[in-house]
Design a protein around this ligand. Structure first.
Ligand SMILES: CC(C)(COP(=O)(O)OP(=O)(O)OC[C@H]1O[C@@H](n2cnc3c(N)ncnc32)[C@H](O)[C@@H]1OP(=O)(O)O)[C@@H](O)C(=O)NCCC(=O)NCCSC(=O)C[C@H](O)C(=O)O
Ligand SMILES: [Mg+2]
Length: 290
């Protein structure tokens, strides 16, 4: 599947049952808005939330942010109606919770194939259960098949902690890195979990920096106050941009064109560094045009 880079630095959950939050969503600077029909919506207001979502998409046919609808699992009592409501909204993607097998994705992809209305709608998968983590490699392989529509993994750290009894992010690290590696092998983006204490912006900023170093493409958010920090953290920093420009410059030097390796300020740089530098500058350019 041919993928063009889309910034996914900040992915904000907006409960579809919360009218005030919905009203705010269109004005926020998040790269991704995840309209939630699942855990943030109480059972007795599921239908109201679907209706509010339909109305929202009619009122806002265009969006600067990528728009994703999180549905309840297909096996749940709300799953099928959520999926049809989400499909009718024609979002950029539908986010499936608690994905545990490749069939959880292919089954929904087949339903989307039933109508032209879902052309271009991608699938995102939440990896947030022990079985989902164990099967992440098989699931991520679908990223290499365009018919599966799979485009991105989102980590659900709250559910992982709930299912495993694990306390604190430190203990989750091996699983987070495992899922991240699987995602990359399937050429998928992968978005880190939420930081629940939205009043602690310093702690949130530290977790964003950590997520960048781990290789995540962005962070899941629960509150608008977290957007700016996530966007800044996942933006390539000034030193990396300067270094990338120097690498591109070094390889564009006439004598070095065609060379596999050269030196820059006493350090070896190879063509793979050139590729990384070009990718970083391309990302920066796309984010700048947002
Ligand atoms: C956590 C909250 C319930 C806090 O809400 P509230 O008390 O209303 O916060 P504030 O008063 O500070 O809000 C200020 C204004 O910002 C708007 N707001 C707040 N949150 C959002 C939001 N997420 N999107 C858009 N707008 C938002 C308020 O409406 C106020 O606006 P105004 O009225 O104009 O002043 C709340 O933040 C919230 O509900 N957050 C999302 C929670 C959620 O979606 N949870 C489920 C997803 S997380 C998850 O499931 C992860 C995963 O599955 C896992 O397992 O880990
Ligand atoms: Mg969850």
């Amino acid at each position: 599947m041919i993928r063009t880079f889309r910034p996914r630095r900040s992915a904000l959950y907006v409960p579809a049952s919360n009218n005030r939050a919905l009203a705010k969503a269109a004005s926020l600077d998040a790269d991704v808005i995840i309209f939630d029909l699942e855990d943030a919506v109480a059972p007795d207001v599921k239908e109201d939330a679907r209706e509010a979502l339909r109305e929202y998409f009619v009122a806002h046919p265009q969006s600067k942010a990528e728009r994703v609808v999180r549905v309840n699992g297909l096996a749940s009592e709300w799953g099928a109606e959520d999926l049809f409501a989400a499909r009718a909204c024609r979002p950029d993607a539908i986010l499936l919770p608690k994905v545990e097998t490749p069939q959880d994705i292919t089954g929904v992809a087949e339903i989307l194939e039933e109508t032209d209305a879902s052309e271009g709608v991608r699938l995102w998968a939440m990896i947030e259960t022990p079985r989902g983590i164990l099967n992440a490699d098989e699931i991520a392989e679908l990223g290499l098949r365009s018919t599966a529509r799979l485009d991105c993994f989102v980590i659900g750290t709250n559910d992982i902690s709930k299912e495993t009894g694990t306390k604190g992010r430190g203990a989750l690290m091996p699983w987070l890195m495992q899922v991240l590696l699987c995602a990359k092998a399937g050429k998928l983006d992968v978005i880190d979990g939420v930081y629940n204490d939205f009043s602690d912006l310093d702690g949130f900023a530290a977790e964003c920096i950590e997520a960048v170093r781990m290789g995540f493409d962005g962070k899941s958010l629960i509150h608008p106050s977290q957007i700016e920090t996530a966007n800044a953290s996942f933006l390539p920093d000034a030193a990396s941009v300067a270094q990338a420009r120097m690498i591109v410059e070094a390889f564009s030097n006439r004598e070095k064109i065609g060379k596999g390796v050269t030196s820059l300020n006493g350090k070896m740089v190879e063509r793979l560094h050139l590729e990384m530098a070009e990718k970083l500058l391309e990302k920066l350019d796309i984010i700048g045009k947002k």
